[in-house]
Structure formats: structure tokens, C-alpha cells
Design a protein around this ligand. Structure first.
Ligand code: HGY
Ligand code: MN
Ligand code: MN
Length: 412
């Protein structure tokens, strides 16, 4: 029986339900923030499941998590496969986790079939993919790929003032004997399995998608500074109302970035106001901008307008703008797309090609080694929502294609 034949649909589904306990929310979703106790518990459970498979756990300076299956050729650059374990605050059971558990399932299938690949295979859970506790996201894969310096990430603080550096110290305290590898190293290839987070595969009745690429993304942090004042006594004409200025900026951005064809994706998901008191004119308002587009020229042009639109609506307030992420649209190499498609064909599975509108860690691995992604459907395309759902059958098909792809890549 081929390696893929040893993939277990039941074990894969069961492990999703078990990991979902770490950060389970009353609405049957998941809130598992980066470097949190919940993520630490999930990593602990993965180490437990990996032990009978003789995988070697390790980490690195930015808190990425690896489980290594030794290859016949220990010196060969490994094939990496995985995704992330952290979630959005109202996340689901499958975003990120699927990529890690499908990878574990593929490696377990290799062990069960007695197949040792030439190259080592490393399962990876990247640190802080979601960027909800610490902005921006994808710190782990960006630092691993050398796309952003670790030094710039360490001081970033969450809403409670806890820094990434402190979070990493807590992670280290939780796994004191975990070996720490160098940050970034040669990788032969990277494959990430993920739910589509869109409706296409389900609508077209495909259980497996070959991801052609990832649309571009530019994110900003906009800090508006005004002056606290009494809601009853301060004159309107004297006020420096940071919240009113921020809302004027947000509305002006929404108008300027409006796209009838709905290709431009503009989101303000966060607005923090200080002192956030009903009878105090806001002295500070900080909001996020998440702007995405599949075409680089368009994304450059639209993104370049964000600062001027904010400044034009600042009124008597000051505004400070920081571009946190500048990630241009990318196409995965045809060699990797063909590899995944051939693997599916060998398993008798039809596939369809589709782009990713969501961002993934593969975006950074793309600049380190040949990278590719496998999508599986999720119900109604819902994600970043506690109602996120998938079927055991689709997860199983995707994991079999991943296993088959990994064997082909690691035996090369
Ligand atoms: O935001 C994204 O695209 C990813 O799902 N974190
Ligand atoms: Mn994800
Ligand atoms: Mn996500």
C-alpha cells in the first residue's frame, strides 16, 4: 500500500477536535493566541503525539516549532511542511491547524508504511501567523526567511502590554529542554496544506485545490493624536478629537478604495481609543488598515494613497502612519503546482487551480525555496469566524495528496 494509503481519516479528524480544546470558545470556535498558554498546550499535545513516531522537537529564536523526521541522508536539506497553531480571537478549528495536522498525518503514514525518505522532513508550526495578539502577523515565517528582523519584533506589545520578547521567554520556560536551532536554514522545498477560507472548491465540488499564488497585502498602523477634553464644557472649535478624525480618515479611505468589482479588499478591523470614556473627547485613536489586491501595480498605487488620505482628514489632530507589511502578489512555481497535481492524479483525485485571497506563511517560504500549497474546502468559505467548518473526507483527501507530494519531494 502506498504511503497515502496509511493516512487515517478518523485519526486526523479526532486530532482536530482534540487540539480545538486548547482555546475552545463557548460558541464552539477557538481563541488560541500566539505564545499563549493555549498555544503552549497545543504544542505539548503535538509533542506527545509525535513521540511514538520518533520525531525530534525543536524551536528557534522567534518561537517557531519543528518536529523532525530524520531522512536516510541526514545532511540533506529538509522538506518543510506545516502552517500555524495560533488563531484569530473568534477563530475556527481548522485555519492553520489543518496544515500542521495533515503534515503529522503524512509523516505518521510514512512511519506506518515503513518508508524513510531520503531527505529529512520537518513539520513546522510558524509563530504568530495571525497577527491578532502581536501585529503584524507571520512573524515566525518572516524571521525564518530573513524578510524581517527579529529585533524589530521583540518589542511589539499586545493589548495588555506584554511584549513578544516576554512571550518568547514564557514559551522557553514552558519547554526548557527544547533544542533551539539557528533562525533560518537551507530548505529543499515547502508545502502547506490549508482550508481555502473561500467558497470556490465547495461550490465547484472539488476536495483538493492546487494554489496558484497569493494576492498582495499592505497593512498599516495609523495613530491619531488629539487632546482629551470635557464633553460638556470644551468648545467644538477648540477640540482636537482623535476619534472623529480617525473616523473621517476611515470613511475617506473607504470611499477612495471602493471597488465596484470587489477585487480591492480594504479592512479596518481594529480601532483603539484612549481614554475610551463617554464624557471625554478622545485624545488618541489608533486603527489598522489591511489592504489587498492581486495586482502589484494596483496595490502599489492604492497603498501609496493611504498616507495622504489620512493626513488630509486629520483636521486639528496629528497623525502618524506606519506601514507594517508590504507583501507583493506572488505565483508559486509551476514545478511545485505540477508536483501537487501529479500526486493527486496518482491518487485518482481531481484538482482545480485557484489563487489564495488569504495570506499564508508560504508567502515567505516562497523566497527561501520552491513552495506550494494544497487547499481543501471549508463550509460556505467561512473562516476567521467560530462557525468555520470542514468535512473529514475533504481533510483526508488533502492529507493524502500532501503525503504523496512529500514522498516525491523528499525522495528526490
Ligand atoms: O489574514 C490572513 O490572510 C491570514 O488568514 N492570517
Ligand atoms: Mn491560516
Ligand atoms: Mn487566519
Amino acid at each position: 500500500m502506498s504511503v497515502a494509503g496509511h493516512v487515517s481519516r478518523e485519526r486526523l479528524w479526532e486530532r482536530h477536535m482534540l487540539l480545538a480544546r486548547h482555546g475552545a470558545t463557548p460558541a464552539d470556535g477557538v481563541n488560541r493566541q500566539a505564545l499563549s498558554a493555549e498555544e503552549i498546550a497545543a504544542r505539548r499535545e503535538l509533542i506527545e503525539w509525535s513521540q511514538p513516531l520518533r520525531l525530534a522537537p525543536s524551536t528557534d529564536a522567534v518561537g517557531n516549532f519543528f518536529l523532525r523526521m530524520e531522512g536516510r541522508d541526514k545532511e540533506a536539506a529538509p522538506v518543510l511542511t506545516g502552517s500555524h497553531l495560533d488563531s484569530q480571537p473568534t477563530g475556527g478549528k481548522f485555519d492553520g491547524v489543518y496544515g500542521v495536522l495533515a503534515a503529522l498525518e503524512a509523516v505518521q503514514a510514512m512511519r506506518d508504511s515503513g518508508h524513510t525518505p531520503r531527505r529529512p522532513i520537518e513539520i513546522v508550526a510558524w509563530m504568530n501567523e495571525e497577527g491578532s495578539r502581536f501585529a503584524p502577523g507571520m512573524m515566525g515565517s518572516a524571521a525564518f526567511a530573513g524578510a524581517a528582523p527579529l529585533a524589530g519584533m521583540l518589542p511589539v506589545r499586545d493589548a495588555n502590554g506584554v511584549s513578544v520578547e516576554q512571550g518568547l521567554a514564557q514559551l522557553k520556560a514552558a519547554f526548557p529542554s527544547l533544542p533551539e536551532r539557528e533562525l533560518g536554514r537551507p530548505v529543499a522545498a515547502y508545502v502547506e496544506a490549508h482550508i481555502e477560507q473561500g467558497p470556490v472548491l465547495e461550490k465547484e465540488s472539488f476536495s483538493v485545490g492546487v494554489v496558484t499564488g497569493i494576492q498582495g497585502k499592505r497593512t498599516y498602523r495609523v495613530a491619531v493624536a488629539g487632546e482629551e477634553a470635557h464633553a460638556g464644557t470644551s468648545q467644538r472649535r477648540d477640540r482636537k478629537d482623535a476619534l472623529l478624525a480617525a473616523t473621517a480618515m476611515i470613511q475617506a479611505l473607504a470611499r477612495a478604495l471602493h471597488d465596484e468589482q470587489d477585487i480591492v479588499k480594504f479592512t479596518v478591523g481594529r480601532l483603539d481609543v484612549k481614554p475610551n470614556a463617554p464624557s471625554v473627547v478622545a485624545g488618541q485613536a489608533v486603527f489598522s488598515v489591511d489592504l489587498r489586491h492581486p495586482d502589484e501595480v494596483t496595490l502599489r498605487a492604492l497603498g501609496d494613497r493611504v498616507p495622504e488620505i489620512c493626513r488630509a482628514n486629520a483636521g486639528r489632530c496629528a497623525v502618524k502612519l506606519e506601514e507594517l507589511v508590504t507583501a507583493w502578489p506572488l505565483e508559486f512555481p509551476a514545478s511545485m503546482r505540477d508536483e501537487i497535481r501529479r500526486a493527486a492524479t496518482r491518487l485518482g483525485l481531481r484538482t482545480m487551480d485557484l489563487p489564495s485571497a488569504a495570506g499564508h506563511d508560504a508567502r515567505y517560504l516562497h523566497y527561501v525555496c520552491p513552495s506550494g500549497m494544497i487547499f481543501v474546502p471549508c463550509k460556505d468559505g467561512i473562516s476567521h469566524n467560530e462557525a468555520e467548518s470542514a468535512t473529514p473526507e475533504d481533510l483526508y483527501d488533502g492529507a493524502r495528496v500532501l503525503a504523496e507530494t512529500l514522498v516525491a519531494l523528499a525522495d528526490r
